[in-house]
Design a protein around this ligand. Structure first.
Ligand SMILES: Cc1cc2nc3c(=O)[nH]c(=O)nc-3n(C[C@H](O)[C@H](O)[C@H](O)COP(=O)(O)OP(=O)(O)OC[C@H]3O[C@@H](n4cnc5c(N)ncnc54)[C@H](O)[C@@H]3O)c2cc1C
Length: 399
């Protein structure tokens, strides 16, 4: 194995996008993925204008737009009809919108592109550990194989054990709530929805988002359904709660969902999601760098994880060239303000939407809707959603 090449561990959004961006700059890349035959699965994603810019830079935005669906507005309310969130991308910028897309569709686009760039892709190659020295990094695989590389990029998700080998202050805490989710075919008579959420305090939350088609050959458009659950109920939910009761709870919270969940007939259709809050003092350690959820896993409440992963890849490529430890240090400096802001926002906002808290959601219901009608607050909220903010009071990311 050539030791001039950079190794990327994990072929999710972060790893695949980084491989594309680096290979596009003429850098030799070896991509290691644990899954023997990666298949395009995963939740529906809302890609923000920032992430869309990265897709455009990779020449993939037009195809993503053809597969996904434009989302112009987010609306969330309570069963009593109190508007909690009402955000319109157009009020941020006349041409801005979110892109609802199936993760599988996005992965197909990314994987298709990296195959065309000559990236060496090793599937079924779980990386177990690494050692670095001043000249390079040696990877050890689960099958006993080893490989030598000039540098290593960890993009293997929030629950990465490899990250713990980096000599960097860090923690990864599981959020106490997760979710079940699925993509269901939109019934013919189902109303055209934008991103739609319904909350009861913070203990019940249903989210619906149009996510377009899985492939170009598909004619059926999908709607992503998200149902929040505390971890204690998520574990073994299909026997503890059962599908019928879960559907009753969904219909009780948001009766309009009934025609959509008629298509939900088997518990196996619902996938479970658990997510962690990953914090690192910085993201580089010599010749090793962490990106994507591995570096800054967050809850999906802000719709930013995949978006941040795409931006990581783009910003890394912008610094690439020369000595890898210096490249990684510059990358950390470049990403610090943006990633710190979104980490704090995710940590602060998640309990307002997923918890047994009483006061925080009460305040949310009273002040979010009202505050959102003030132009300044709306601007700040939608700039946050669009993925541009680098600080609480000011600071915008330039892409
Ligand atoms: C329900 C839900 C809804 C979401 N909604 C949104 C949204 O609307 N918008 C948004 O931007 N984000 C959203 N996200 C977040 C988004 O899905 C993630 O942030 C994003 O997929 C992270 O990508 P990643 O490449 O960093 O990690 P992952 O997707 O976790 O990929 C890691 C890869 O590494 C591989 N791997 C793991 N260990 C090893 C190893 N030892 N060796 C080799 N390979 C390994 C794995 O098999 C996997 O392929 C959502 C997440 C969830 C759960």
């Amino acid at each position: 194995m050539p030791d001039a090449s950079v190794a990327i561990v994990g072929a999710g959004v972060a790893g695949a996008a980084a491989a594309i961006q680096l290979a596009g700059r003429g850098i030799e890349v070896d991509l290691y993925e644990a899954v023997p035959q990666p298949r395009p699965i995963g939740a529906g994603l809302l890609l923000q204008p920032t992430g869309q810019r990265v897709l455009a830079a990779m020449g993939l935005l037009d195809e993503a737009l053809a597969l996904g669906t434009r989302v112009d507005r987010l609306f969330g309310d309570t069963p009593a009809g109190r508007a909690v969130l009402d955000m319109s991308y157009r009020r941020f910028h006349p041409e801005a919108f979110g892109l609802g897309i199936q993760r599988g569709a996005l992965m197909d686009l990314l994987w298709g592109r990296l195959r065309g760039l000559g990236v060496r892709w090793h599937c079924g190659a779980a990386v177990e550990s690494f050692e670095q020295d001043p000249r390079g990094v040696t990877l050890s695989r689960a099958d006993g194989g080893t490989a030598r590389h000039a540098a290593l990029i960890l993009a293997n998700g929030s629950f990465s054990k490899l990250r713990q080998r980096m000599k960097v202050g860090q923690h990864a805490r599981l959020f106490p709530w997760g979710a079940v989710w699925t993509v269901l075919p939109a019934p013919a008579d189902f109303p055209q929805i934008e991103l739609r959420q319904r909350f009861r305090a913070a203990s019940q939350m249903l989210g619906l988002m149009p996510v377009g088609r899985a492939t170009h050959a598909d004619t059926q458009r999908g709607i992503n359904l998200f149902w929040s659950l505390p971890l204690a109920e998520l574990d073994g939910w299909s026997t503890r709660i059962g599908l019928d009761r879960l559907k009753q709870q969904m219909a009780g919270l948001f009766p309009d969902v009934v025609p959509l969940i008629a298509g939900l007939t088997d518990p196996a259709q619902l996938r479970e999601a658990r997510y962690a809050d990953v914090w690192m003092r910085h993201w580089h350690d010599g010749r090793v760098l962490a990106i994507g959820d591995c570096a800054h896993g967050m809850s999906p409440q802000l719709g930013q994880g995949a978006n941040m992963a795409l931006i990581d890849a783009h910003e890394l490529a912008a610094e690439a060239g020369g000595d890898w430890p210096r490249v990684f240090e510059r990358y950390t400096r470049r990403r610090r303000a943006h990633l710190r802001f979104y980490g704090q926002a995710s940590r602060g906002l998640t309990p307002m939407f997923q918890s047994h808290a009483v006061v925080a959601p009460w305040l949310r219901d009273r002040f979010f809707g009202w505050g959102g009608r003030l132009p300044y607050i709306h601007q700040q909220s939608i700039a946050t959603l669009a993925g541009y903010k680098t600080g609480w009071l000011w600071g915008r990311m330039k892409l």
